[in-house]
Design a protein around this ligand. Structure first.
Ligand code: FE2
Length: 229
């Protein structure tokens, strides 16, 4: 895929994370897991990511088959979309995939589910994860395939001060911003990266990468990106 052996780069990224002195408590996979959308591909992902025995929360991207992904990645330690409770934190994973489109959209029932998951967790902290960027990345081609109803999504976020962070994949680059007190974070791909702020599709020379998220009990977050040479 774009000059990268994605199986090898995923294995290398996973091994890098698992051998860190601070072993991860869970894995968050923010979409575009299997480019060819085959059952065999998702089973391979399941066999690899299931090995460490820690929870794996995943959500679909534009390059995923929602049905196949859900059928292969719904049993423990996998969790497809839904909620993950790690008191005082709640993770809310959203499905932004639209069939036949590279851009994203959150359907009405998914917005209702977000609203409900926030209403029932007012006291703790919340991290929302989705595939498509809810804010412009400053990259002309990439921003045509972001979250098309970001305004609706952010209006709900703005009404819930317990939301501490929003995390997404899709953009194959690292970014970390603050908007109205909420951390807005994108993560690099374990495959090839896209050049930030490019007007047209351009690959970056950075290697595969992944991101650490350290969620503290007081609601603050430490986060760093690892590039896996
Ligand atoms: Fe994507």
């Amino acid at each position: 895929m774009r000059g990268v052996n994605t199986d090898a780069s995923l294995v290398a990224s996973l091994e890098h994370a698992l051998t860190d002195p601070h072993r991860p408590d869970l894995i968050l996979a923010t979409g575009d897991l299997v480019q060819d959308e085959t059952r065999q591909g998702y089973e391979r992902f399941r066999d690899l990511l299931g090995k460490p025995g820690i929870p794996v929360h995943c959500l679909p991207g534009n390059h995923d088959s929602t049905d196949v992904m859900q059928s292969v990645l719904s049993d423990a330690p996998f969790r497809f979309c839904g909620i993950g409770d790690y008191p005082p934190w709640r993770l809310i994973l959203l499905n932004t995939r639209i069939a036949g489109s590279d851009g994203g959209f959150i359907a009405a029932e998914e917005l209702d589910r977000l609203q409900q998951a926030l209403t029932t967790h007012r006291e703790g902290h919340v991290l929302v994860a989705l595939h498509h960027q809810p804010l412009a990345m400053g990259s002309r081609w990439l921003d045509t395939v972001g979250l098309h109803n970001a305004d609706e999504f952010l209006a709900i976020i703005d009404r819930h001060p317990q939301v501490r962070a929003i995390v997404w994949g899709h953009v194959h680059q690292a970014s970390d911003r603050l908007r109205k007190g909420v951390r807005l974070i994108s993560t690099p791909s374990t495959c090839a990266q896209f050049l930030p702020e490019a007007d047209t599709f351009t690959l970056d020379t950075r290697p595969p990468g992944y991101r650490w998220l350290d969620l503290h009990p007081d609601g603050t977050i430490d986060s760093s990106v690892v590039w896996v040479e």
